[in-house]
Design a protein around this ligand. Sequence first.
Ligand code: IPM
Ligand code: MN
Length: 358
Amino acid sequence: MSTIALLPGDGIGPEVLDGPVAFLRRLEAGGAPVRLTGPWPYGTTGWARAGSTLPEETIGACREADVILSGAVGTHPGITAEQCPNPEAALIRLRHAFDLRISVRTVRVPGEQDVTIVRNITGGAYAGPDLHTDSDGVRPAEDRLVLEPARVREVFEIAAGYARRHPERRAISVDKASVFATSRLWRRVAHDAARACGIGFADVNVDRAAYELVARRDLPAVIVTEGIFGDILSDVVCARAGSPALCGSATINPDRAFGHGATALFEPAHGSSPHRTGSRRSNPAGAWLALADLLAWCPDLAALGLHARVRSALDAVLDAGPPTYDLAPPGSRTIGLDEFNAGVLGALADDTCLEAHR
Ligand code: IPM
Ligand code: MN
């Protein structure tokens, strides 16, 4: 049994989760080994409802859960940044609270194969608050970037697992070894880890990597890199895909056993898009990609093969069109979120292999 805590969050977060949650509820009602809890308050809306962007009840629910499914954290209409500054800190706190230290993002690039971006997410540039010192406007501000060799190796081992699935495609390790000592460590560990795993990662400087991700026809299967580089490059790959909605994001703890608190958090990588909130026009593909990754992560759900079924239902809707507004050429017909979800849920309902869980 996998327990999923739902943290819809801010802006378009709740609406993009509608389809995936409807599917999970259908599984739950059909007796599949899954249990949903929540929705729990989180982000700017959490602050409005419960007085904190990450209230105690939400942390408690994540302790009781095996995985977290989130919509978005960020600005929410009607609440100013002065009232609730930096809601993203709730996401960072959650990552630290459950030691969700590695980020794995899947970008679906139309007409190409997926690109997977693996990065460290709690060490390095995304270290806890003690390595970040704010300025009063007079004294300098400081962000310390510290990388532990063991943590870098771990990121490579996860990345190698993805690269192994695509031996015919490139895998790249991105750094800025000419400038940063942490990058020189990164490169050294990369070579050792690659040798140990039998996987070759080509070293690419971060500036060159950004250029190639835009200009080079073939995309790498896997990009492994430091947290901040990966944050930026995953948006570049999304641009190549045509929309930030084509990215599912997982933040994982590779060694926490199920039954001992959240092992991973799954979310679409796009933000809360406050100006589109309630329009029901947003593209929910990122939430479906996140759901597919969640279904692959939970062993008892993975055993049912649900992730591949969700993925092919999603791919069918994206390939068949019409697209949501973000992917549509100007003036062409588009569909809204509900029509999109009806397509995916319909394809899943037609999937006879899911019969036992309806
Ligand atoms: C993302 C975001 C986060 C990150 C922020 C909100 C901490 O930019 O999910 O890409 O950098 O991981
Ligand atoms: Mn980002």
